[in-house]
Design a protein around this ligand. Structure first.
Ligand code: ADP
Ligand code: 5GP
Length: 187
């Protein structure tokens, strides 16, 4: 990888970002994952320092006041942010980074570092399958699922702001498309 990049994946909740990132990193562990900070509560399967850094509201707001985030946003009523130091260290090492952030964060990052950012929007194949996957994941309450579907409809309207779109119908095909983007943009 001669030209390290920051690959920003966004989608509606349940679009398949985490699954695709995990699969990509199993095959290509040299691509680093940016672990975000959040004030949301851990869900089943979450691990401190692996899926997220879980912070209190006070800790997060201290991070904001100390400019510790490359970007941050309020998503589904909670703070989420990208630690700046990790990204700086990765670029210093010449490593590419993949991250899973919402559409507001993707826009902020793209404006801050236009030449280093590649934004990718992951789409579920259709609404029925999207809801099925979101419910099938079994990690959210019904109230949270409904909030995520409502917010997701807004996010879908912004898909054309992204450099690339991948329809996550068949997982292996979507993974292949992601790999093609990552490797063509890192040359
Ligand atoms: P996100 O990180 O975008 O919220 P996830 O990666 O958690 O989404 O995916 C939501 C659910 O859909 C998970 O249970 C995951 O296993 C499943 N899933 C993801 N991609 C596919 C696919 N191509 N086909 C079937 N199920 C999928
Ligand atoms: P979840 O709670 O389902 O893990 O994530 C909710 C939303 O927050 C997703 O759209 C995810 O992409 C987004 N998100 C996760 N980390 C960050 C981050 O660091 N910054 C921003 N802006 N959004 C994030």
């Amino acid at each position: 990888m001669n030209s390290p990049k920051l690959f920003v994946l966004s989608s509606v909740a349940g679009g398949g970002k985490s699954t695709l990132i995990q699969k990509l990193r199993e095959k290509h562990p040299e691509i680093l994952f940016s672990i975000s900070c959040t004030t949301r509560s851990p869900r089943p399967g979450d691990k401190e320092g692996v899926t997220y850094h879980f912070l209190s509201r006070e800790e997060f707001e201290k991070g904001i006041s100390e400019s510790a985030f490359l970007e941050y946003a309020i998503v589904h009523d909670q703070y989420y942010g990208t630690p700046l130091k990790f990204i700086e260290d990765a670029f210093q090492k010449g490593a590419s980074v993949i991250m899973d952030i919402d559409v507001q964060g993707a826009k902020i990052i793209k404006e801050k570092l236009p030449s280093k950012i590649v934004t990718i929007f992951i789409l579920p194949p259709n609404e029925e399958e999207w809801e099925k996957r979101l419910r099938g994941r079994g990690t959210d309450s019904e109230e949270n699922i409904l909030k995520r579907i409502r917010n997701g409809k807004e996010e879908l309207r912004r898909q054309d702001e992204f450099d690339f779109k991948i329809v996550n119908d068949d997982l292996e095909t979507a993974l292949k498309e992601l790999e093609e983007i990552v490797f063509s943009k890192s040359k």
